[in-house]
Design a protein around this ligand. Structure first.
Ligand SMILES: *[C@@H]1O[C@H](CO)[C@@H](O)[C@H](O)[C@H]1NC(C)=O
Ligand SMILES: *[C@@H]1O[C@H](CO)[C@@H](O)[C@H](O)[C@H]1NC(C)=O
Ligand SMILES: *[C@@H]1O[C@H](CO)[C@@H](O)[C@H](O)[C@H]1NC(C)=O
Ligand SMILES: *[C@@H]1O[C@H](CO)[C@@H](O)[C@H](O)[C@H]1NC(C)=O
Length: 447
């Protein structure tokens, strides 16, 4: 179709005819006699091909209407560090070339032809957010219909800048903008329109995108504000592409193991405080959690501080705090069994008050005893706390008030009791803090 045609007299004649009779569309009817017998004659299209450097309009005051639509076929990458969205689009553009028209009845019922795009004028539609050079493959063709419409489809890989907010990772949604605009033509020369309704674009794209990948297309909205640069006004169409991450990979690999480890840490409070196992157990858990964090670090976004990192830090610090608590309680118990210091009177009365029934101190709950392990193990010589309180404390208080001291065994018992009380109290604090932080994180994720 191309090459070989000498742009001689026939072209000049055509051009002369075109210039002499502007505005009459039948002037530009292509003589297609013989199309059905000899194939398309390149000569009849040569005039149009020679005009490809200029915008195809009869009257230059009339803007060219370019209708666009696209199908989002894949979301390839969302780079939170560089704030880039890489997607793949099939872009469709339709415009009219008034110089092309033929009568299909006379042309063997041919109503559309493909023409290589090198021979046609193409609108310079580009995506404003695109951060990469246009990687459209070469040698594409476009459909040319007998009434002058040119339908041009091209596949494009778009790397567009997008403000990504990864705070809610892995339950995040992103809203990226793709703005189609002409690079050169102002509103006097080019107007943009929609080839399809935006919901059609969204539906088609959703069907294609939903079968693959980490990201799911939620919807596409559009807006058509004009863009003014200096004194010129450019037509543009903005598409808001809303996408959502599928969180299952992260839930399974990050949240579930982390929750298991933190619940084991909470349960390890039920290991008897007197046993030697509690501290080593917690240290092992802490080590395990660190290894888990190191291994799963690559799944986290490379930049920013998502809520999930805060959650991990919180879990880690809770584990450290629970280890510190164990050390503290072990120290108290050790002190009680070796050389119990004299008990300050306020502590003594606190113990007494809190162990009497009907008081709302943490140890009042101790008698109802929800914590196994704390009560099931008694140091030799330690009596049931209720007994101790009910019978002995009263008399002891009298003794104390009377000025006489406690025997060292009784003092040791009291310290042991105090340690257990502290253990329960700190465990409850730990649980309250754990529950409130988990609830906060979950509530934040749900908003
Ligand atoms: C169309 O071209 C054929 C030769 O290809 C010629 O015989 C015929 O007269 C032309 N018709 C018109 C209307 O110019
Ligand atoms: C071109 O179009 C403008 C506006 O539609 C009109 O005023 C003008 O007369 C047209 N020019 C010609 C040569 O037809
Ligand atoms: C573009 O769309 C507008 C309005 O939807 C329509 O009037 C016009 O004919 C379309 N143009 C082409 C070339 O399809
Ligand atoms: C995306 O953002 C634009 C404006 O920034 C807004 O108009 C549009 O509704 C948002 N889309 C979604 C799905 O949130």
């Amino acid at each position: 179709m191309e090459g070989g045609w000498p742009s001689g007299g026939a072209f000049l004649l055509c051009l002369t005819v075109n210039l002499l009779l502007p505005g009459r569309s039948n002037t530009f009817t292509i003589n297609c006699s013989g199309f059905h017998r000899h194939g398309v004659d390149p000569a009849v299209f040569q005039t149009i091909f020679n005009q490809k450097d200029f915008r195809p309009v009869i009257n230059y005051s009339i803007p060219t209407q370019v209708n666009i639509s696209f199908t989002l076929s894949a979301i390839l990458d969302v780079d939170a560090q560089l704030q880039l969205l890489t997607s793949f689009l099939w872009l469709k553009m339709i415009w009219t070339n008034p110089f092309i028209s033929w009568d299909p009845e006379k042309c063997g019922a041919i109503s559309k032809l493909t023409v290589t795009t090198e021979n046609l004028w193409l609108p310079d539609i580009f995506i404003v957010e695109s951060m990469d050079v246009d990687q459209t493959p070469e040698g594409l063709s476009a459909y040319v219909t007998n009434d002058g419409h040119i339908v041009y489809n091209k596949p494009t890989r778009v790397t567009s800048i997008c403000s990504l907010d990864i705070f809610y990772f892995p339950f995040d949604q992103q809203n990226c903008t793709l703005t189609f605009s002409s690079f050169l033509y102002t509103v006097e020369n080019m107007l943009l329109g929609m080839e399809k309704e935006v919901w059609e674009i969204a539906d088609t794209s959703r069907d294609i995108v939903c079968t693959q990948g980490e990201w799911e297309l939620l919807g596409i909205n559009k807006a058509t504000p004009k863009m003014s640069v200096g004194s010129s006004l450019f037509d543009q169409i903005m598409f808001y592409v809303a996408i959502r991450r599928r969180p299952s990979l992260y839930v399974i690999n990050l949240l579930v193991p982390s929750s298991f480890l933190i619940s084991i840490d909470a349960l390890s409070f039920y290991l008897p405080a007197e046993s030697e196992n509690r501290a080593p157990f917690k240290i092992t858990l802490l080590l395990g959690y660190n290894v888990f964090l190191l291994m799963m670090n690559k799944l986290l976004p490379a930049s920013g501080t998502p809520l999930i990192s805060v959650y991990f830090a919180l879990c880690l610090s809770l584990m450290v705090v629970s280890l510190l608590e164990t050390i503290f309680i072990t120290h108290l118990l050790h002190m009680a069994s070796t050389q119990p210091p004299p008990m300050p009177p306020w502590l003594y009365s606190l113990l007494f008050h809190c162990t009497s029934p009907g008081k709302c101190c943490p140890v009042a709950l101790w008698n109802e005893n929800t914590g196994p392990g704390l009560m099931s193990t008694h140091l030799p010589g330690l009596k049931e706390p209720g007994q101790l309180v009910g019978k002995e404390l009263g008399s002891r208080e009298a003794e104390l008030n009377g000025g006489s001291g406690l025997t060292s065994t009784q003092l040791a018992d009291l310290w042991v009791q105090f340690s257990h009380m502290m253990d329960t109290f700190l465990f409850r604090l730990y649980l309250i803090f754990l529950a409130s932080s988990i609830i906060t994180v979950v509530v934040l994720w749900n908003t």
